[in-house]
Design a protein around this ligand. Structure first.
Ligand SMILES: *[C@@H]1O[C@H](CO)[C@@H](O)[C@H](O)[C@H]1NC(C)=O
Ligand SMILES: *[C@@H]1O[C@H](CO)[C@@H](O)[C@H](O)[C@H]1NC(C)=O
Ligand SMILES: *[C@@H]1O[C@H](CO)[C@@H](O)[C@H](O)[C@H]1NC(C)=O
Ligand SMILES: *[C@@H]1O[C@H](CO)[C@@H](O)[C@H](O)[C@H]1NC(C)=O
Ligand SMILES: *[C@@H]1O[C@H](CO)[C@@H](O)[C@H](O)[C@H]1NC(C)=O
Ligand SMILES: *[C@@H]1O[C@H](CO)[C@@H](O)[C@H](O)[C@H]1NC(C)=O
Ligand SMILES: *[C@@H]1O[C@H](CO)[C@@H](O)[C@H](O)[C@H]1NC(C)=O
Ligand SMILES: *[C@@H]1O[C@H](CO)[C@@H](O)[C@H](O)[C@H]1NC(C)=O
Ligand SMILES: *[C@@H]1O[C@H](CO)[C@@H](O)[C@H](O)[C@H]1NC(C)=O
Ligand SMILES: *[C@@H]1O[C@H](CO)[C@@H](O)[C@H](O)[C@H]1NC(C)=O
Ligand SMILES: *[C@@H]1O[C@H](CO)[C@@H](O)[C@H](O)[C@H]1NC(C)=O
Ligand SMILES: *[C@@H]1O[C@H](CO)[C@@H](O)[C@H](O)[C@H]1NC(C)=O
Length: 434
């Protein structure tokens, strides 16, 4: 009330003067905020970046400068280096040093640019890097040991290149690493035990990397590990017990030379959404029950293709599949899985593919299945009885060869002609097509 009174009492011109003053004040503030702060890329880092780009035949995208000040444009604005495919090659900078006057290069990406040559020495001077993405190129030679000096590093990938030689033990100095990608290269030798010092590591991609030997005991310290892709190397020895105390959601171990049996601790990994293990020599003493509590699984692949004594001998009934609501792919081919096909397995809502070929399944195939389930392989088992009515559904990939099904007039209409010939114990006569 009092305020209103006072305002109304003010003379018009005084009010105008006050407004003018207010606007002037605002303008000064805005100008002060917009005034270009004199930031410059650290000269050593700018020179290093130029040298790296020169050696790898790269030029900056138009959204930022390589000839002028590299920490400009997209390198300092909100452009996302990891999810913007057009921002490549790319850097990001942190310009807060010395009262916002000096920029440091913190991220570098040269992704899928057909870059060939060795990893440039000058990279050594980009000491503030937290992110280095050189994946999908044709880099050759070794990972230099100086890489262990870039101790701010958090995400680093050299995946899908032509790198060779040993994994440098100096990588173990990068104790802030949470993600390391070395997949699809031609390295040699074993994993250095120093990598066990990477206590913050959550993702390790080392599939198809040319590595061999046992997994180091020091890896027991990697308790934060969520994702390990280690398929298609020549890892030996037993899968270590400590795996069971990691925090894994994804584990890929196919195509190595591991010895069985599988560690009992594996059953602790109840957060797993994807598990792929295969070809465990002498793994036949392993049962299936260890997956019982891994009910978050979306992908489960337990394969035995090549080696002696690698088959898992167990009944499907030892697992209650009704709890596996998110299962989309189940592949237990080439084992010695026995018993009947559980109805609750085929009825899983999200299950899309089930591969149980080359096992010892018996009984008949359940007469109903979930509508998502369109890719099924039950070949080379001891299944019997009539074909299920859904066998004639459209858009179905179904392999039932080499079983003991009844093949007669009652289910001939369901069958593709000639399938009867492929059943066990069915004499077929060449030259008399059905
Ligand atoms: C690149 O540098 C030039 C000259 O310094 C400048 O005019 C231009 O705005 C810069 N480009 C970007 C994207 O910062
Ligand atoms: C590397 O960059 C590409 C393209 O931005 C991205 O798809 C990929 O996830 C990156 N890799 C890593 C490990 O950050
Ligand atoms: C940073 O700015 C503050 C406040 O303007 C000043 O007191 C200080 O000396 C500056 N530091 C450097 C390193 O320039
Ligand atoms: C790193 O920077 C220093 C100082 O600018 C320079 O003397 C040295 O040659 C650089 N090293 C490489 C490998 O470029
Ligand atoms: C490692 O990370 C911690 C925590 O984020 C940080 O304080 C430290 O400075 C980092 N180390 C390096 C060398 O950047
Ligand atoms: C880095 O690692 C190597 C080998 O593991 C070690 O000899 C060296 O002292 C480490 N360097 C630093 C700076 O910690
Ligand atoms: C394990 O992962 C979950 C989520 O994935 C996280 O909440 C938890 O803190 C992690 N535990 C450890 C020891 O890293
Ligand atoms: C596999 O098991 C067989 C029989 O138990 C044994 O003779 C053989 O040494 C085992 N192989 C390996 C590599 O442990
Ligand atoms: C699954 O969890 C139950 C309840 O915690 C436990 O009794 C059982 O031993 C677990 N099974 C496996 C194979 O770990
Ligand atoms: C299936 O996935 C959904 C969504 O990710 C999740 O909320 C649910 O808990 C999962 N179910 C099981 C059994 O893990
Ligand atoms: C498959 O399992 C059955 C029953 O456990 C066993 O009798 C048979 O010897 C096993 N066959 C192979 C090849 O392991
Ligand atoms: C699959 O089973 C068939 C018939 O028993 C056998 O001939 C074939 O060798 C098996 N394949 C593999 C890879 O075990």
């Amino acid at each position: 009330m009092r305020f209103r009174l006072r305002v109304s009492q003010l003379h018009g011109s005084v009010l105008q003067l006050l407004l003018l003053l207010l606007m002037l004040l605002l303008a000064v503030v805005v100008q002060a905020q917009q005034a270009p702060t004199k930031t410059r890329t650290d000269p050593t880092e700018a020179a290093a970046l130029n040298a790296v780009f020169g050696r790898l035949g790269q030029t900056a995208a138009t959204s930022w400068n390589i000839s002028g000040d590299p920490c400009s444009g997209a390198a300092t604005d909100s452009t996302d280096i990891d999810n913007d495919a057009t921002f490549n090659p790319a850097i990001k900078c942190d310009c807060t040093d010395r009262n916002n006057t000096v920029c440091h290069i913190t991220k570098l990406k040269i992704y899928s640019r057909d870059v060939n040559g060795v990893i440039p020495q000058e990279l050594r001077n980009l000491t503030r890097l937290t992110y280095l993405n050189l994946s999908q190129n044709v880099l050759t030679g070794q990972i230099p040991s100086f890489i262990g000096e870039l101790t701010a590093m958090q995400h680093m990938t050299f995946g899908i290149n032509a790198l060779s030689g040993p994994i440098p033990k100096e990588l173990g100095n990068l104790t802030n690493l949470t993600s390391l990608g070395l997949s699809s290269n031609s390295f040699s030798g074993s994993l250095p035990s120093e990598l066990g010092n990477l206590a913050k590591l959550e993702q390790l991609y080392i599939d198809s990397a040319g590595l061999s030997g046992p997994l180091p005991a020091s890896f027991s310290k990697l308790t934060k590990m969520k994702t390990l892709w280690a398929s298609d190397n020549d890892f030996t020895g037993q899968i270590p017990d400590y795996i069971g105390s990691w925090n894994l959601t994804e584990l890929r171990f196919q195509g190595n030379s591991f010895q069985g049996p599988l560690p009992a601790t594996l059953s602790n990994l109840v957060q797993l959404t994807s598990l792929r293990i295969g070809d465990i020599e002498n793994g036949s003493s392993s049962s299936l029950a260890f997956i019982s509590n891994m009910t978050s699984l979306s992908t489960l692949i337990l394969l035995c293709r090549i080696l002696r004594n690698c088959r898992i001998s167990d009944s499907l009934a030892s697992v209650d599949f009704s709890k596996f609501a998110n299962l989309t792919l189940l592949d237990l081919s080439f084992n010695n899985i026995t018993g009947q096909l559980p109805q609750n397995l085929l009825n899983l809502n999200l299950l899309n593919s089930i591969f149980l070929g080359n096992n010892s399944l018996t009984g008949s195939i359940p007469n109903s299945k979930g509508s998502s389930l369109t890719n099924l392989d039950f070949s080379y088992n001891q299944l019997s009885g009539n074909f299920p009515t859904w066998a004639s559904d459209k858009n179905l990939q179904l392999n039932l060869v080499a079983n003991n099904f009844v093949v007669n007039a009652s289910n001939n209409s369901i069958l593709p002609s000639g399938l009867g010939c492929l059943q066990r114990n069915t004499p077929c006569f060449l030259g008399s097509p059905q």
